[in-house]
Design a protein around this ligand. Structure first.
Ligand SMILES: *Cc1c(COP(=O)(O)O)cnc(C)c1O
Length: 397
């Protein structure tokens, strides 16, 4: 018999009842150190007092009004994002995949309004993840995500990850006149914590500038302070035309956004797009408070400092357990342990040591702690990972 909840998830037998900072408490009372943070969602950890306060205050005042009316918190959040980034304008969604839908629509509409309606094709990269909507799975293109869901949304071409020559050939060779934009994660998350080198992002910007293609960055997982900058592309010193944001921006409340330049967004007038819930007062009150913290240079400096400590600890684990771990990669507090043992076994052994991590493609274990994690908690996580690795090694022996 089919379970009451559609069985699309491969769930661990854990059920958490409360949380505080980087800690989650299981129904049986065990305290887990949370280095998954809801897959990079709980940027300020669990039950952050400031987030609890703004959400409770807003809940007592007004939950929801339609986008038929002006929503002051939404205007304030958009203005804050415009102040902090390349963007001239923002649209709010409830999720990353909805942001993907709009990013694709916006790019195509831009060219339609520019009297080049044939420019509909989006270049994307293998190993990417852009969400589970029709546009999201078509953009990712992998067999795993698209199998059985055809016909897929047309208009996506997939290139090998980080292959500048393939990108250049696609943007300047036959068919280039049909390309609307290029979509890429500056650091692939689900794909196995694979950062795009700064030189690649710069090269992509140059190619987009010379061909007119719109540069669309998916910063759903790597944005909002995760890499030690507010957005990961800032490390490369370039800016996109369109950017998808979600996960960390709501700190656990469902919120996403598309940020764009005025030019890229020029096709999106009244009536072209909308959302019932996107940017509602509850979500925007929380989003503003998240940005009040993460937007501070001192907060971002602390992320980088703590990231250095975590990386050093992980390098130590690789050296101590060469049979279990192979290497460390990633950026900021978005780190991946490339494993020699099956990554899902490492994650499971972590559960045994009361540490939460997240598997990713390429046999990687992701470490995505809350950005507010303390240094002693990083040390504790390393101890627990060490214990997990030792338990795997003793099983294998
Ligand atoms: C999680 C994720 C998405 C999808 O976000 P949802 O909120 O799950 O729809 C899209 N892109 C990237 C890079 C992600 O990590």
């Amino acid at each position: 018999m089919i379970p009451a909840v559609l069985p699309t998830y491969n769930r661990a037998p854990l059920s958490f009842v409360s949380g505080e900072g980087a800690w989650l408490v299981e129904a049986d009372g065990r305290r887990f150190l949370d280095f998954g943070a809801g897959i990079a969602v709980n940027a300020l950890g669990h039950a952050h007092p400031d987030l609890v306060r703004v959400l409770s205050d807003q809940a007592a005042q007004l939950w929801h009004v339609s986008n038929l009316y002006t929503i002051p918190a939404q205007e304030a959040l958009a203005e804050r994002l415009v102040d902090l980034t390349f963007a001239d304008t923002a649209f709010f969604t409830n999720s990353g995949t909805e942001a993907c839908e709009l990013a694709v629509k916006m790019a195509r509409k831009h060219w339609f309004e520019a009297d080049q309606p044939e420019r509909t094709e989006i270049l994307a990269f293998e190993g990417s993840f852009h969400g589970r909507s029709a546009a999201g799975i078509a953009a990712a293109g992998s067999e795993k995500m698209t199998h059985g869901f055809g016909p897929l949304l047309p208009g996506f071409t997939h290139l090998p990850w980080g292959d500048h020559e393939a990108l250049q050939a696609a943007l300047t060779g036959p068919g280039e006149e049909r390309i609307a934009g290029v979509i890429v994660e500056p650091v692939q998350g689900e794909g196995g914590i694979r950062p795009l080198p700064d030189a690649c992002l710069k090269g992509l910007r140059d190619l987009c500038d010379s061909t007119g293609a719109l540069m669309i960055l998916d910063e759903v997982q790597c944005g909002i302070g995760r890499t030690g900058k507010l957005f990961a592309h800032e490390w490369a010193g370039v800016t996109p035309d369109i950017m998808m944001v979600a996960k960390g921006i709501g700190g656990g409340f469902p919120l996403g956004a598309v940020l764009a330049t005025e030019v890229a967004a020029d096709g999106m007038g009244a009536g072209t797009h909308g959302s019932t819930y996107g940017g509602n007062p509850l979500a925007c009150a929380v989003g503003l408070e998240v940005l009040r913290h993460v937007g501070e240079p001192a907060f971002l400096d602390a992320v980088s400092r703590k990231a250095g400590r975590l990386r050093q600890k992980l390098e130590g684990l690789v050296a101590a357990h060469p049979d279990i771990f192979e290497s460390v990669r990633g950026s900021g507090l978005m780190l991946g342990l490339v494993c020699r043992a099956p990554n899902v076994d490492v994650v499971k052994a972590g559960y045994g040591a009361e540490l939460l991590t997240v598997p990713a493609a390429d046999n990687v274990v992701r470490l995505l702690p809350p950005l507010t994690v303390r240094e002693d908690e990083i040390d504790e996580a390393a101890l627990r990972l060490d214990r997990a690795a030792a338990s795997l090694a003793s099983h294998a022996a």
